[in-house]
Design a protein around this ligand. Structure first.
Ligand code: PLP
Length: 396
């Protein structure tokens, strides 16, 4: 490590709350699938800021949109009309099949907060004051605000922040009986990821989301699908729930890839559900401000022009096949370009991710025994092959 890097570490320790166990590198520049550190060393980025930079770093169309908007109007209050927001809303609605409206937030957790508040308003309006409970799954991740943490099915993350807001219960993921047994007339919504991302890249098994949709219809509950990690082409479809047959959620949240690094989140809901929010019910200062909305508009336009779901599906097939053939990999799971390589017994994923970083490949240990791959959806075959070569060398 250079003296400069040591100084940065010391400065960070002195002035920044130590909530992250940071890895020993500071990236200063990016281009497409490549990242560069302060010493000029190059890395292949197969994490994409945790599925954020789906068009790669410094995408010219997104950079131009941001620069142009920054010179024009960064921000207006949501008390006034915003010329860009409805255009982004229209694109999102079209990708989701139409018939819905969008609330703009600044992050995944905030998009989920909006979803939970909306589901409560809808439930209480239609089913009385007690109908505000949300059922989610163990292993899920919905955010770190107190409410989204209450929805997150990871007791070890919740423990230190008790008491959490009431009205949340968790059931085993992919276990329909458990879900059915947890339902009573106080439940207003079921909230699920189509592939549990932070939970280890675990896809819902075939038929599960379809059955949950049917149960929600039968019990008059809303189906909230958290697409913060899986949405916008990542899994080889526009949205992860599209891997299930004919499922249409009532609420869909997204964030990460929507701004390609510009902080923006969105909560889409069917128009009838969206109507449960009246003016004043929910708000945010920055949500959907012109700068973030311009970035999102450019991102969606590039994604549509490039047909990123098709690209992710194709590249994902190639990556999956190659990873499965690497000695030391026991299995590969996930969809499209959200994949996890489960390592053979005894191999420590954290150590492997650390060694990959040293060798110039950015990936992360999504569980103690699995490595997550989530590169740009515009990744080339050459970059895929190069990444797998580094990963194989590290495992060897
Ligand atoms: N929901 C899912 C599925 C996520 O993967 C994440 C973040 O990893 C979140 C919500 C929270 O998003 P944010 O970190 O932008 O608040």
């Amino acid at each position: 490590m250079s003296d400069q890097f040591d100084q940065l570490v010391a400065l960070d320790a002195e002035h920044v709350m130590q909530t992250y166990a940071r890895l020993p590198v500071a990236f200063v520049r990016g281009e497409g699938t490549r990242l560069y550190d302060a010493e000029g060393a190059e890395y292949l980025d197969f994490l994409g800021g945790l599925a954020v930079t789906s068009l790669g770093h410094a995408h010219p169309a997104v950079a131009d949109a941001i620069a142009e908007q920054a010179r024009t109007l960064l921000h207006v209050s949501n008390l006034y009309y915003n010329a860009v927001q409805p255009e982004v809303g229209a694109r999102i609605d079209r990708l989701l099949g139409g018939g819905g409206k969008v609330f703009f937030a600044n992050s995944g957790a905030e998009a989920n907060e909006a979803a939970i508040k909306l589901a409560r308003r809808h439930g209480q309006t239609n089913g009385g004051p007690e109908r505000y409970h949300v059922v989610s799954a163990y292993g899920s991740f919905h955010g770190r605000t107190l409410t989204t943490l209450a929805a997150t099915g990871q007791p070890e993350k919740q423990e230190r922040f008790q008491p959490l807001p009431p009205g949340f219960r968790q059931v085993l993921f992919a276990d329909l009986d458990a879900l059915e047994q947890s339902i009573d007339d106080r439940v207003c919504a079921v909230m699920l990821e189509p592939i549990q991302g932070e939970g280890g890249v675990r896809p819902a098994p075939p038929g599960y989301l379809e059955a949950v949709r049917a149960l929600c219809d039968e019990q008059e509950m809303l189906l909230i699908v958290d697409e913060v990690q899986t949405g916008l082409g990542r899994t080889g479809k526009w949205f992860g729930f599209e891997h299930a047959d004919g499922v249409r959620p009532d609420i869909v949240t997204m964030a990460k890839a929507l701004g390609n690094g510009m902080p923006i989140g969105a909560c889409w809901a069917r128009t009838e559900v969206a109507a449960a929010f009246a003016p004043g019910d929910h708000a945010t200062t920055f949500g959907g401000q012109p700068l973030a909305a311009s970035a999102a508009r450019a991102v969606l336009d590039v994604m549509i022009a490039e047909d990123v779901p098709a690209r992710a599906a194709r590249a994902g097939d190639r990556l999956r096949e190659q990873l499965a053939a690497v000695p030391g990999v026991a299995a590969v799971r996930g969809e499209g370009l959200l994949l996890a390589a489960e390592l053979e017994g005894g191999i420590d994923a954290k150590q492997v991710a650390g060694a990959c970083l040293t060798a110039g490949l950015v990936v992360n240990a999504v569980t103690p025994t699995a490595i997550r791959f989530a590169p740009s959806l515009l990744v080339t075959d050459t970059e895929l092959d190069a990444a797998v070569a580094i990963f194989s060398e590290v495992l060897a």
